[in-house]
Design a protein around this ligand. Structure first.
Ligand SMILES: Nc1ncnc2c1ncn2[C@@H]1O[C@H](COP(=O)(O)OP(=O)(O)OP(=O)(O)O)[C@@H](O)[C@H]1O
Length: 271
């Protein structure tokens, strides 16, 4: 039996009403799918609608036209199968690392002792076993991301929605986090939808890279299968010939859209 598609957006159009009453169509007729266990990255120019598509998959935004289906069922309300990791930290500043991780289970009614035991395992799997009692302000940006990842994964979502999760980190920490993400994903293949503006990061991580055009009315204009071998080290894979060939091919499509994106966003009243 074939597995149901984890995320399927069919002809999804998303529009926003602006303060002056005009309607801004951010995304038009986007078709996007993420298969069970597949890692898909969305790349596109700034402001094209990457987060908007992710928010549709999360059930935070309803398309004006088209449909969103999760495991072959129409999405109504929040996507309860998904865990969401944003660019900004979502940690409670008044809770320690361990309590930040355990809270997701405690909210669901898991007894505290059991929640803590599982949280310690997750803290160890993100390499922070010795930092259980640190508050978020006592952790580096990369360490906070690790806690954030554990906080999402402990709830065992079937789908991971990631919106530039490593955006604020320095280049080296980004690569370390990328490798950690791949290691955890390989152990338990969840469907991943990963938004990034960094084409190299997208190719290094994903099974498929999807490219969006510049907005308004952004569309999906390319979909590449990334047949690079796994397991991957995301620093080393960037040295490979096949990686360069893919990068060249995808960038040839993306670069015009990036330029259009900058022009659009610099025009008065663009959005
Ligand atoms: N609530 C809103 N009301 C009006 N316009 C919005 C709203 N949310 C997003 N937009 C517009 O929709 C477009 C897409 O926004 P979105 O945040 O999805 O882009 P993005 O590709 O994720 O951008 P970036 O790469 O800069 O993070 C942008 O032009 C943005 O200004």
């Amino acid at each position: 039996m074939t597995e149901p598609t984890a995320v399927a957006l069919d002809n999804a159009t998303v529009a926003f009403r602006l303060a002056d009453g005009r309607v801004y169509t951010a995304v038009e007729q986007a078709n996007l799918s993420v298969a069970h266990g597949e890692f898909v990255a969305i790349v596109g120019p700034t402001g094209c609608g990457k987060s908007t598509l992710l928010n549709v998959a999360a059930g935070l935004l309803k398309p004006a036209a088209g449909t969103a289906r999760i495991f072959d069922k129409p999405l109504a309300g929040l996507n309860r199968d998904a865990g969401y990791l944003f660019q900004a930290d979502a940690l409670f500043p008044w809770k320690t690392a361990i309590d930040n991780i355990a809270i997701g289970l405690e909210i669901r009614g898991t007894p505290r002792a059991e929640a803590l035991e599982r949280a310690h395992k997750w803290l160890a799997s993100v390499g922070l076993g010795a930092f259980a009692n640190r508050y978020p302000h006592m952790l580096s940006g990369g360490q906070r991301k690790r806690v954030g990842l554990a906080q999402v994964l402990i709830r065992d979502p079937k789908i991971l929605l990631m919106d530039e999760p490593f955006g604020p980190l320095d280049a080296q920490t980004r690569q370390i986090m990328g490798n950690l993400l791949l290691e955890l994903w390989t152990a338990d293949r969840k469907a991943v939808l990963f938004v990034t503006h960094d084409l190299e990061e997208a190719i290094a991580l994903a099974d498929r890279v999807v490219i969006m055009s510049a907005g308004p009315s952004a569309r999906i204009i390319g979909d590449w299968r990334i047949a690079l071998p796994r397991p991957r080290d995301i620093s080393e894979i960037r040295m490979e010939k096949d990686f360069h060939a893919l990068h060249r091919e995808i960038w040839s499509v993306l670069k015009d859209e990036v330029m259009k994106g900058y022009e659009q966003s610099s025009q008065a009243g663009a959005a």
